[in-house]
Write a protein that binds this ligand. Structure first.
Ligand code: NAP
Length: 420
């Protein structure tokens, strides 16, 4: 294993795929884990998360050897490119990695590096758990009703990057094709136009829904909800719903029932050994998150819906400073917080690193380090319950002790040591 630009730590071993064709990982007690601190507040939350993750690993008899890799501004500064091939290759080679946020310019400029990374590594499921930690202030009355995991399809939909800019020959060709060949001659207004394509495939849908149902089975969840806007976008979002139900029937007939079957065969009483597969239209779902929060457990949805929904759900459990996430492919995990690079706070040692720390918890769980993951959750919860918080939570609670990012991470480390 050699790279042109980065140096692999001498101590530490690689995580590999197990030899038994199970698709499981073989994880040493001293794994090498690539980390991208990221743009903007990445320079604050990255080191804070590293400190906490190291402490949790150590408290459970392990260690982490970090392999610093670069993307975004730090890669431009160091190598004059946005996303070096070494970075992508190092994540592929080491199978499990964590990243902070990366800035994407709006309109002109380069395309999203996050989207590029997900595509290059075929990280097809973006998993975003939203659960409430004791002591975290929330805008809703009963935040602990939310305990949901969103599986967002990561490679398709309007995020696929198939789009053409107004004023180009390409957009004109596509417009003419759609109007003249496909017969939509009264649909698009004259004048400058931008056009994008929304691909939703059976393959992409089924592998995502499979992950969501498998997760529900492994974690004793009671339902999987397919969220779509299939009433309007019949052949894309409607197809997602249909293929989702089809997959459940084809591959999980023993373990799942539909909502109709729940009422017809079980009189609405959920049997303990069955997962209910249901679907909701996306706009309704956004209000159901507030009004019937506890009815939803695992969500499977397409890229754009998943992005909106998980930010809204994140707000209910305390905001973007809290909400963790991770991208999964086959035998690959790239953990990352839901939030962006919040440039106005960059380098101020101010923002909340919880989202990045809990993303690390997800990564540890994927590695089978459930004890370390639980320790992280307990220590974060204790720190916040004690009133030791960053600015975002301090402004919402009375008598909170406002800490800098680094001080907050130090408190969590103290609590990890005290709890272990
Ligand atoms: P953002 O960076 O998530 O920040 C929006 C607001 O959320 C902040 O002003 C702050 O609110 C709050 N916030 C975010 N992270 C926080 C943290 N760790 N602690 C406390 N509060 C936090 O969203 P944005 O301003 O829309 O996006 C900025 C850039 O990030 C864009 O270039 C965008 O493309 C990129 N982005 C990257 C990713 C990714 O890398 N996966 C994801 C989303 C966005 P208050 O000011 O109200 O406190």
């Amino acid at each position: 294993m050699s790279y042109d630009q980065i140096e692999v730590p001498e101590n530490g071993e690689k995580i590999t795929l197990a030899d038994d064709e199970s698709g499981e990982l073989s994880v040493p007690d001293n794994p090498i884990i690539p980390i991208i601190h990221g743009d903007g507040i990445g320079q604050d939350v990255g080191p804070a998360a590293q400190k906490v993750l190291e402490a949790a690993a150590e408290a459970t008899g392990r260690s982490v050897e970090w392999l610093r890799v670069y993307a975004g501004q730090s890669a431009r500064d160091k190598y004059d490119e946005n996303l070096p091939e070494d970075t992508v290759q190092a994540i592929k080679d080491h199978r499990v990695a964590i990243k902070g946020p990366l800035t994407t310019p709006v309109g002109a400029g380069f395309r999203s590096l996050n989207v590029a990374l997900r595509k290059k590594l075929d990280l097809y499921a973006n998993v975003r758990p939203t659960y409430h930690l004791d002591g975290v202030p929330s805008p809703v009355k009963n935040p602990s009703a939310m305990d949901m995991v969103t599986f967002r399809e990561n490679t398709e939909d309007v995020y696929a990057g198939i789009e053409w800019e107004a004023g180009t020959d390409e957009v004109q060709q596509v417009k003419e094709f759609v109007e003249e060949e496909m017969g939509y001659d009264e649909t698009m207004h004259d004048g400058p136009i931008g056009i994008g394509i929304k691909p939703i495939t059976e393959f992409g849908t089924k592998r995502l829904v499979r992950e969501a149902i498998e997760y529900a089975i492994e974690n004793d969840r009671d339902s999987v909800t397919l969220v779509h806007k299939g009433n309007i976008m019949k052949f894309t979002e409607g197809a997602f719903r249909d293929w989702g139900y089809e997959l459940a029937e084809e591959e999980f007939a023993e373990e799942t029932i539909t909502e109709d079957e729940l009422w017809e065969e079980y009189d609405g009483e959920q049997p303990e050994d069955k997962i209910v597969v249901k679907d909701r239209i996306a706009d309704n779902m956004l209000q159901q998150l507030l009004t019937r929060t506890a009815d939803y457990s695992v969500i499977a949805t397409m890229n754009l819906n998943g992005d909106y929904m998980s930010d809204a759900a994140g707000a209910q459990i305390g905001g973007l400073g809290i909400a963790p996430g991770a991208n999964f492919g086959d035998g690959l995990c790239l953990a990352e917080p839901v939030h962006g690079s919040a440039p106005k706070y960059a380098g101020e040692d101010k923002v909340n690193p919880t989202a990045m720390i809990l993303s690390g918890r997800l990564m540890f769980e994927y590695m089978g380090w459930k004890d370390a993951g639980k320790l992280i959750r307990d220590a974060v919860e204790k720190t916040i319950s004690d009133g030791d918080v960053t600015y975002d939570l301090e402004r919402q609670i009375e008598g909170g002790n406002k800490l800098a990012t680094s001080e907050f991470a130090d408190k969590i480390v103290e609590n990890i040591e005290a709890l272990s």
